[in-house]
Design a protein around this ligand. Structure first.
Ligand code: AMP
Length: 190
């Protein structure tokens, strides 16, 4: 049951690469951002709360996010070979609780694929995505705040995963096909 986290700044291509990884390796894809956007579009109580944070580019509080993740973990289809986590964890508190959650289920995190992309490209990619998809938080003010939040709260996780030997850096600048081929080589080697 390989468990893989795809890590990187907003706009680094986590969603695109996760979908392809899930497809090729038969993994269950959990995107916490997608889960929350679904709740928002369905107007659930969680969606109403989540929207207050997402529209300002802030993170959903850890306690709430951990409940969402537990629920997603328990809905993991038995047929999946493992899970690719996209957009989680995003804080040290989440990363530590995540280890315990997996351990409780007799499982563990195997690998963190870190997509590393130049900052200027991140902004442009998110602006383009906002134009194409109408995603509400892909506007310039929210993008800037999401990047601030990433640097303050999420990027320290890179060192956390380097220190525990799970981090594999992936150059996220080339074309998506090239990135995917590099990721596949890393996964195949394991
Ligand atoms: P994403 O689609 O991964 O870029 O996530 C969109 C938004 O959902 C983020 O900007 C956060 O507001 C929220 N979100 C997604 N995942 C998490 C998480 N693990 N912790 C806190 N907030 C999250």
């Amino acid at each position: 049951m390989p468990n893989i986290v795809i890590f990187g700044a907003p706009g680094s291509g986590k969603g695109t690469q996760s979908q392809r990884i899930a497809e090729r390796y038969g993994l269950h894809h959990i995107s916490t951002g997608e889960v929350l956007r679904k709740h928002i579009s369905e107007g659930t109580p969680l969606g109403v709360v989540a929207n207050e944070y997402i529209k300002d580019g802030h993170l959903i509080p850890d306690e709430l996010m951990l409940q969402v993740l537990e629920h997603e973990l328990d809905s993991n289809p038995a047929t999946a070979a493992g899970v690719i986590f996209d957009g989680f964890p995003r804080t040290l508190v989440q990363a530590q609780a995540f280890e315990q959650m997996l351990e409780k289920r007799g499982s563990k995190l195997d690998m963190v694929l870190g997509l590393e992309v130049d900052e200027d490209d991140l902004v442009q990619r998110m602006i383009n995505r906002g134009r194409q998809t109408g995603r509400a938080d892909d506007n310039i003010d929210t993008i800037r705040e999401r990047l601030n939040v990433y640097h303050a709260q999420t990027s320290p996780l890179r060192d956390f995963y380097i220190d525990n030997g799970k981090y594999v850096a992936i150059d996220g600048n080339p074309a998506p096909d090239t990135i995917f081929s590099n990721i596949s080589s890393v996964i195949d080697a394991c």
